[in-house]
Design a protein around this ligand. Sequence first.
Ligand code: FAD
Length: 395
Amino acid sequence: RRRVVVVGAGMAGVQTAVALREQGFKGPVTVIGAEPHQPYDRPPLSKAVLLGTAEGSAFDVDFESLGVELRLGCEAHGLRPDARELDTEHGVVPYDVLVLATGAEPVTLPGAEGVPGTHLLRTLDDAARLRPVLARQHDIVVVGAGWIGAEFATAAREAGCAVTVVEAAGRPLAGALPAEVAAPMAGWYADAGVTLRTHARVDRVEPGAVLLADGTRLPAGAVVVGIGARPATAWLAGSGVELGAHGEVLADDRLRTSVPDVYAVGDCASFPSARYGERLLVHHWDNALQGPRTVAADILGEAPAVYDPVPYFWSEQFGRFVQYAGHHAAGDRIVWRGDPAGPSWTVCWLCEDRLVALLAVGRPRDLAQGRRLIEAGRTMDAEALADPARPLKSA
Ligand code: FAD
């Protein structure tokens, strides 16, 4: 019986083990994770866990009864595919099938690393360090107005901190959304009492202050850096596993890597999407849930299932529930449903009359209906789509 070894005990790694058992795999399964903690879910780290309304977010998975061996506090630092061996800090681990699920790690701000009071937000340990910071109600400077920056700022305001968010681009979420869609979101910061400084470049971080390139000195009892994440794959250098420009493992449409019997899934890997005609590198929870099912089916030699999902994610920021499904390109046509100044609205992206993506703010029904229409590749009547009183349906 083949032995499956999974590297990374986050959502994608744990779900791979669960999916293997659910789909009937009887052989040994080992999950190796660098962090010492019982495997846990990340989204609550910038929400309930950060605010202290939830103690932790450990996955509700009984590894023992699943017959899955967990090796925690054990970092993999090399792979020798010819020998089918993984090198870890606690010795060599042989495998027949290997699944790479090492996720991503936050990008650090040059010069800010190691400056006292500077934080990242990726792990349970990061959240545990930030909780007392919120409780002390500091002046907090957040660097980066992305998803994590907005969620952290929300929690910090809720805790009563004074919050300034500095963003190098001219708007929040500049990497993810076009200006027209992000513009109304900028207003959410002000409504929540958060100061948003766009076109603001950080020159230096000092203990107690952030200095901007224009000479502004922002007092900062704490600094939280949220400027993106990169696949955690440096340890694969020289292994023969092909990596892309962002360090992501280049997987194929069944999530196999360039090396035989080695798969990659979750935040660490990109895959070619026939649906969207390009390679996608998705850093969201749903991808770490769905991808493992494809990996498990392929390991079991089931009828090859191609992995080509409609990506989905959500964010909770400034009292709003934001959901996005699909993938849009610069040339796609934007159709608004509802008033972006109001509490709930949806924006749709059409490519040749087909719905390819939508962003719903406080409209979960639009999201659910739209996601199905995107999956089915239906053409839409743009006029009907623009009427928020009518349900989302195809032409
Ligand atoms: P990870 O969760 O990063 O897990 C990878 C694991 O592998 C880590 O535990 C790491 O320590 C371990 N590892 C790395 N290298 C090695 C090695 N060499 N050896 C052994 N182990 C290793 N997504 C949403 O859709 N909605 C949200 O609201 C949302 N909120 C989020 C909030 C926060 C604070 C964060 C950080 C992420 C959030 N996400 C959200 C994204 C989502 O959590 C990730 O997409 C998901 O965790 C990816 O799972 P993964 O298993 O691929 O990677």
